[in-house]
Design a protein around this ligand. Structure first.
Ligand SMILES: *Cc1c(COP(=O)(O)O)cnc(C)c1O
Length: 361
């Protein structure tokens, strides 16, 4: 049975990448060793990490005044590292668009010397839309404005990046990095856990503008962006195998034609599913039309028993991890870059069949 993995993360990886990793699993390029066994100071690994950074820079058009860091601790550690490095004795602005935003806000609030201000929120409407952010809402003395560009659980995404004036925008881009047409120069910091759209869990990508380094005294080397930057992400042992897989994923994306091409494919996949939801008499999207994500697409029947039935039958038919997040219910299809279009076509056909069998018009 063909299995389609709709997981929100850790998520599907490109089959050619997995196959290449398999083919050189025990002997990396004639070294006689697995990548997992290589020293992070070896010339083999040096080539891997340099190539991974170079390819990511090319893919996202990252200017020279931005550093790429490969860290650990997940996107969740960035919730603390960002305010520690940027906002001590200052004000930090947040937009609250879902559970991950709330966690970022909570982590910043735990720091005694950071003044957290939530300038907009869609919580009163179950986070089903992205609030408008206008320049007059941004205190120009703030250390940064934090946004979650794509809200993995509720399925919303910023369609455009707000104008924050001279205040740097810090973005949690965990679930739509490499699946958007944002401009890196509109951000001060971009961070993302790798396990959604980049590679395996264990790697966190941070892209940081040079002038944001060394602003605060951090006094904890592992939490200091400046130290990681000066050490080229080799201050301590980085997650070597995860970086290697990320390198292969970046190469795979470039061979496909880079971001414009992959974004076109992502939009086509999302459109197929949104069209099916619009057409359906039993499925609906809980998300406002102008705020919809192309990487995480929740849908519901409005009837918990029917959702349960759909999820059970879908699972039996090879649609893995479609069950919605417990806070939204229903279903959620995560359609990251590596998710094949055939999987969306198959899901749409399955939804139509289910609808016919279950009293849909
Ligand atoms: C998954 C996710 C996180 C948490 O990432 P970890 O790497 O598990 O810490 C944070 N933010 C967003 C938007 C996510 O999707």
């Amino acid at each position: 049975m063909t299995v389609y993995n709709f997981s929100a993360g850790p998520a599907v990886l490109p089959t050619p990448v997995l196959e290449q990793a398999q083919s050189e699993f025990t002997d990396y390029q004639g070294s006689g060793m697995s990548v997992m066994e290589l020293s992070h100071r070896s010339s083999f690994f040096d080539a891997i990490i340099k190539d991974a950074k170079k390819r990511l820079r090319e893919l996202m058009n990252i200017p020279d005044n931005y550093h790429i860091l490969f860290l650990q601790g997940g996107a969740s550690l960035q919730f603390s590292m960002v305010p520690l490095n940027l906002a001590q004795n200052k004000k930090a602005l947040y937009v609250n668009t879902g559970s991950w935003s709330k966690k970022a806000i909570g982590a910043a609030k735990m720091l005694d010397n950071v003044a957290v201000e939530v300038i907009a929120s869609s919580e009163e409407d179950n986070f089903t839309y992205i609030p408008d952010i206008t320049p007059d809402m941004i205190d120009q003395d703030a250390a940064y404005l934090h946004i979650t560009t794509n809200n993995t659980i509720v399925g919303t995404a910023f369609q455009t990046i707000p104008d924050a004036g001279k205040v740097p925008i810090v973005a949690d881009m965990s679930s739509n990095i490499l699946a958007n047409d944002y401009n890196v120069e509109d951000f001060g910091i971009i961070y993302a856990g790798a396990q959604k759209n980049i590679g395996p869990a264990g790697l966190t990508v941070v892209i940081i503008r040079d002038d944001l380094l060394g602003l605060c005294e951090v006094n904890e080397p592992m939490l200091d962006y400046k130290i990681h930057t000066e050490a080229n992400s080799l201050y301590n042992t980085p997650p070597t195998f995860a970086i290697y897989i990320a390198q292969l994923v970046f190469k795979w994306l470039q061979d496909l034609g880079g971001l414009p091409e992959i974004l076109k494919q992502d939009q086509e996949k999302a459109q197929l599913l949104y069209d099916a939801i619009e057409k359906s008499s039993i499925f609906t999207s809980p998300v406002r039309q102008d705020s919809r994500s192309i990487t995480n697409i929740p849908f519901v029947t409005g009837d918990e028993e029917l959702d349960k039935k759909f999820n059970a039958e879908a699972l039996a038919a090879g649609f893995e991890n479609l069950k919605g997040h417990r806070s939204v219910g229903g279903m959620r299809a995560s359609l990251y870059n590596a998710f094949p279009k055939e999987g969306v076509t198959a899901l749409v056909a399955f939804m139509e069949k289910f609808e016919k069998e279950n009293g849909g018009a």
